[in-house]
Design a protein around this ligand. Structure first.
Ligand SMILES: *Cc1c(COP(=O)(O)O)cnc(C)c1O
Length: 360
């Protein structure tokens, strides 16, 4: 066995997908996009998700969608395209999220050249201040230009919240999205198929059926993988929080003081360390570091183990009275930023477990 490795329980992930999709259906969300950007293009996991009932596979990087090109679900590029990648976006994504007329022009030209029709989800910024059209008087002219482009199709509108500004989705701002839908539909006598009301932070509105009627699409990542909504960070009952478990190997176990000896300058990351003196400590060093995950994003699963610090290639733990020895393996749960870093680290092996992965 080689370490560090990230175990991915595909049975638990499938349970989460089934549970999420059935909750979505009950709330009128007929299109649920599986947001795979945390997977760094992992094909067996994406394949499982493509088979569970999601409407689309959505990712922020075109490189990941290229890996999924043989999976049958429509692919969505979540991050606004770069003009310089318009050609690849049209080739490998069926739909992209957009807010810039110049980019729409580049996509239209690329689609014309490839003899394709590319779908557009037009994004509206309802106050979180990341992507999207903001001023309410500009969008009808943007829609008009888009409808004049021969190789683009307006698939719908969407908004993204709780990403930069931490603004929650509520009846009021999602209501604004529905007003925008009404104005576009009546100004141009068309029907917008997708009204995409956000990400995992919108799920809390399911309680008490508060998601406004007419929102028919969500784009879900974190809740699917970690079983928690992201408006308040609460666990979602019935979903598994432990699809992913990190395993790392101890390369040193020694009793040492807990407080460094000598004159203190900076650590290897340029910070002045703040370290508590806890007297003598059984310290373990794991072969894993900040280039694989930040210490703050890892949660020891072995009772009695506590993380004390990390440098780029070493994670230091307080072993307390845990009888671990060099060569042993410790286990950690991860949060979403930790998962992203681990999945993108070339040094961490990804191992799928469970019956659901038999074809992976
Ligand atoms: C990341 C992302 C999502 C998914 O967010 P989660 O909080 O992981 O559900 C949805 N939409 C866009 C545009 C994103 O960038």
């Amino acid at each position: 066995m080689r370490y560090p490795r990230l175990k991915i329980d595909l049975d638990k992930l499938r349970d989460n997908a089934v549970r999420l999709l059935s909750a979505c259906r009950e709330e009128g969300i007929t299109s649920c996009m599986a947001v795979t950007k945390v997977l760094a293009g992992n094909l067996p996991v994406a394949r499982l998700l493509a088979e569970t009932g999601f409407s689309h596979l959505a990712d922020s990087r075109i490189e990941n969608l290229i890996r999924y090109r043989n999976l049958s679900l429509p692919k969505v590029l979540l991050r606004l395209p770069m003009i310089s990648e318009a050609d690849r976006v049209v080739r490998y994504a069926d739909v992209s999220l957009n807010s810039e007329p110049a980019t729409l022009g580049a996509l239209d030209a690329a689609a014309a050249q490839q003899g394709k029709i590319h779908g557009v989800l037009l994004m509206f910024d309802l106050g979180d201040l990341r992507e999207g059209l903001f001023f309410q008087n500009e969008y009808l002219s943007v829609v008009e230009r888009l409808l004049g482009m021969t190789h683009l199709r307006l698939e719908g509108i969407g908004t993204n919240l709780t990403c930069y500004g931490g603004i929650l989705p509520e009846e009021k701002n999602l209501g604004t999205l529905l007003e925008i839908r009404d104005r576009i539909e009546s100004a141009f006598s068309l029907r917008l198929p997708l009204i995409s009301g956000g990400n995992s932070s919108s799920l809390y509105l399911f309680e008490g059926h508060r998601i406004p009627k007419g929102i028919n699409c969500l784009r879900i990542g974190e809740a699917l993988f970690l079983g928690r909504e992201t408006a308040f960070g609460h666990a979602i009952p019935g979903m598994n929080p432990d699809v992913f478990v990190l395993e790392a190997e101890l390369i040193e176990c020694r009793e040492k003081p807990s407080f460094p000896i000598g004159t203190m300058g900076m650590n290897s990351f340029g910070d002045r360390p703040r370290i508590e003196d806890r007297g003598l400590m059984r310290r373990g060093i794991l072969a894993l570091g900040r280039q694989d995950a930040e210490a703050a994003d890892l949660f020891p699963l072995d009772p009695g183990v506590r993380i004390v610090g990390a440098s780029s290639d070493h994670l230091i733990v307080d072993l307390g009275t845990v009888p671990a020895k060099v060569g042993d393996v410790l286990r950690f749960g991860v949060d979403y930023p930790g998962l992203l870093r681990l999945m993108t680290s070339a040094y961490v092996r990804k191992v799928c477990t469970g019956k659901s992965g038999s074809r992976g």
